[in-house]
Design a binder for this molecule. Structure first.
Ligand code: ZN
Length: 392
């Protein structure tokens, strides 16, 4: 329940009682005196944190005002907020069927009914109402905002693009970031279906709108790789090294595959080294360590890992301890010490990558371009890796 709403509604109820009474309306003779009383009663309940009861009192007082359209609209809104969608729908339908509604009142009632349908999951009905309402300048911004939510939910990206463009011109908002995400959605869809030419067109659209769009760059690289254009694919992913180094651990697997296909695995190491200069992420270090072990260079792997641990403040004393124990020794001992180190670092940090929304703090194990929590686009980033030791 939203108490702010209730508070907003209360003066309206009181004012309408006064308005009706001042016009000497016969039917509001009793209601005119009821409403101030209901106002104080529900205010009292609200102050006692009995919000549901406060609303019940208010609703029964407001229901007596069938003839006052503003009150009916407020009431319908209240029903919807309480989850009583059928009641809200009925009220708004009755309102629209009335004769003598002013055009603005009719539009508002239609917009409210559109919201009821949206809440009820009747998307087709909601869409056609909202499109009608959006034609009116006063309501086009709110209508397109709701239409955007609807199209996102339905994954109708073409329509979402159209609505976002109209919303942008109605509100003056810069929605290029959002639009490029929609084009990326279309590109992913087409890539999955094997329509590579269309996919390329959508990636281009996304990049025209937002030159450094990480998602579009990742997709562009993937499309090049599918077409066996591995050098060009690596070129796209290399842009991410400079623009968004925090996203690198998400593409290193792809980069490796392309270098492998080109028979240039040594260059993959150079790629990783350059990435590490910009993002000292432990997963990138572990990727490099794994590569060095695979290449038969365990000593280099060991010293890379130790040097990273030394740079990680919380592990400094542990690193000194390990290094003091390492002097000389045979190969099998040094192998054991390396695998111990790898196990240790993995245990300390956990190998799973986690992501966090910078807008609402939603955490998850996989990357979401649209946050499942707040529905914001492109606000999810890899979470900062913190040693488990520090969490305790
Ligand atoms: Zn979020």
């Amino acid at each position: 329940m939203d108490p702010v709403w209730l508070l907003l509604l209360l003066p309206l109820a009181a004012a309408s009682g006064w308005y009706a009474a001042s016009r000497g309306h016969r039917s509001t003779r009793s209601a005119g005196s009821d409403i101030p009383q209901a106002y104080f009663k529900s205010l009292n309940l609200l102050l006692n944190e009995q919000q549901d009861k406060a609303l019940d009192v208010l609703i029964s007082a407001l229901e007596a005002h069938e003839e006052t359209i503003e009150i009916q609209l407020a009431l319908g809104n209240l029903f919807r907020r309480r989850g009583e969608i059928e009641r809200a729908t009925q009220l708004h339908q009755n309102l629209i069927a009335r004769s003598g509604l002013e055009p603005q009142q009719r539009l508002l009632a239609l917009y409210e009914l559109g919201q009821d349908y949206y809440k009820a999951g009747l998307f087709d009905r909601a869409e056609s109402l909202l499109l009608e309402v959006a034609e009116a300048v006063d309501y086009s911004e709110s209508a397109y905002r709701l239409l955007l939510q609807l199209y996102e939910q339905e994954k109708e990206w073409d329509n979402a693009i159209d609505a976002a463009k109209r919303l942008s011109s109605a509100s003056g908002e810069d929605l290029t970031g959002l639009l490029s995400q929609y084009y990326c959605e279309l590109a992913e869809e087409r890539m999955g279906a094997g329509f590579y030419q269309e996919c390329a067109g959508f990636i281009d659209q996304a990049l025209i709108l937002e030159q450094d769009c990480t998602r579009a760059l990742i997709l562009s690289g993937r499309l090049r790789a599918i077409k066996n254009e591995h050098q060009l694919a690596i070129g796209e992913w290399t842009k991410i090294v400079n623009l968004h180094p925090e996203m690198l651990p998400d593409v290193v697997g792809l980069v490796r595959q392309s270098y492998q296909s080109l028979g240039q695995l040594p260059d993959y190491r150079t790629f990783l080294e350059r990435g590490l200069e910009l993002n000292n992420d432990f997963r990138l270090v572990m990727t490099l360590v794994d590569l060095l072990v695979e290449n038969g260079q365990p000593n280099q792997a060991r010293s890379r890992l130790l040097s990273w641990m030394r740079d990680t403040h919380s592990l400094k004393s542990l690193t000194d301890l390990i290094e003091s124990d390492a002097g000389g020794g045979d190969d099998s001992r040094s192998d054991r010490s390396l695998s111990f180190l790898i196990d240790l670092v993995s245990a300390l940090f956990g190998m799973a990558r986690s992501y966090e929304c910078r807008n609402c703090g939603f955490k998850g194990k996989s990357m979401h371009w649209q946050c499942p929590g707040c529905k914001n686009w492109n606000s999810t980033k890899p979470a900062k890796t913190i040693p488990r030791l520090q969490e305790r």
